[in-house]
Design a protein around this ligand. Structure first.
Ligand SMILES: NC(=O)c1ccc[n+]([C@@H]2O[C@H](COP(=O)([O-])OP(=O)(O)OC[C@H]3O[C@@H](n4cnc5c(N)ncnc54)[C@H](O)[C@@H]3O)[C@@H](O)[C@H]2O)c1
Length: 325
């Protein structure tokens, strides 16, 4: 396959681009490097430094490549920041994607896999969260992605776009040579591993009075390699005969509490990982766990690395190598 990967210098896009390339596909990465560096572009891909919103550049690239599909990872991802500066989220995540869709339509490129998020659900009424749950984002980041999902439905209905919208839960873990490095970092596992590496003094726990067995929030951690498999299956499904519209959750199906994740890091790293408990943060639901049956049923996808220690170990191995240099 010939594939265009937007945001392919980032954590997830870079991992998927690497796996696609290793499987023998022809991969072009488009990234403006606003949240990544040139040396994070996977080795061996063709690289174009450009913004998804650069309509003329993207259109000429699509014309030249005529890819079988586009995997669209490029986005700003900080929910907290989106509540300070919603405009940059609607511009970069929503409006830029409209520009990409226009360029795809103009060039006859008809298949798109979109990185959506569990944040489209907001506070769930029940868990596990199914795709049919209410869509009520509690932050502008989630809304910026939900608006894209609405546009995708209309492009599908009117222009015949074939798309998969994959709603990821908490993506974690690493492949050898490639792992999670956001700047700034707000995700729990890399923050905990920073403590184990001596780069941070302690880990803050926001609230231990939730209605959960140990009082801390429960989240669903999905290994990035499993996520990559789901993208390849989704792209293949779009190339097949189905109706060309797929919306599904990608999660591990089991939740782990903040304290369980910290315990795992203690086992894996041997470090005591000091903690400090702070009051709850506004808008943090007690439990976010995916119902991923639909992805299993419709894509034949099953996550393989579901044990929290295995996820932690892969992240830890990568973080150690990363800071050796
Ligand atoms: N990390 C998670 O746990 C998680 C969970 C749910 C959904 N997602 C989604 O997955 C996708 C990838 O997330 P990630 O963790 O790899 O983030 P990341 O920040 O590591 O990667 C995003 C990449 O997109 C690039 N980018 C951003 N805006 C761009 C633009 N306008 N034009 C070109 N390039 C642009 C950045 O430079 C970066 O390389 C995002 O769409 C995110 O919303 C991530």
């Amino acid at each position: 396959m010939r594939v265009l990967v937007t945001g392919g210098a980032g954590y997830i896009g870079g991992t998927v681009a690497t796996i696609l390339m290793q499987a023998g596909h022809q991969v072009t990465v488009l990234d403006n490097l606003c949240h990544s560096k040139r040396n994070e572009v996977p080795a061996g891909v063709s690289f174009v430094q450009a913004d998804v919103a650069d309509r003329a550049r993207v259109e000429s690239l699509l014309r030249e490549l005529q890819p079988d599909g586009v995997l669209h990872f490029a986005a700003l991802i900080e929910a907290g920041e989106s509540m300070q500066k919603p405009e940059i989220y609607f511009r970069n995540n929503t409006a830029s994607t409209l520009s990409l869709l226009e360029a795809m339509h103009a060039t006859g490129v008809q298949k798109l896999v979109f990185s959506s998020t569990a944040a489209v659900y907001g506070e769930p009424e029940s868990v596990p969260i199914l795709e049919t749950a209410k869509l009520v984002p509690t932050n502008a980041y989630g809304e910026s992605k939900l608006l894209v999902e609405y546009m995708l439905q209309w492009f599908h209905r009117i222009h015949g776009l074939r798309y998969a919208s994959l709603r990821y839960f908490n993506v974690a873990g690493a492949l050898p040579g490639r792992g999670e490095a956001h700047e700034p970092e707000s995700h729990l596992i890399p923050l905990i591993l920073d403590v184990a590496l001596g780069r941070r003094e302690k880990i803050l726990i926001f609230g231990e009075d939730y209605d959960t067995p140990d009082g801390t929030c429960i989240r669903d951690y999905i290994h990035v390699a499993d996520l990559a498999d789901a993208h390849i299956l989704a792209l293949n499904a779009l190339l097949g005969a189905g109706d060309g519209k797929l919306i599904c959750n990608l999660g591990n199906g089991s939740g782990f509490s903040v304290k369980e994740v910290i315990e795992s890091a203690r086992r894996v790293t041997g470090h005591p990982i000091p903690v400090e408990v702070r009051p709850r943060r506004a808008g943090d639901p007690a439990r976010l766990v995916a119902g991923s049956e639909k992805a299993k049923r419709e894509l034949g996808w099953t996550p393989k690395i579901t044990d929290i220690d295995a996820i932690m170990k892969s992240a830890w191995e990568w973080q150690q190598v990363r800071y050796k240099h």
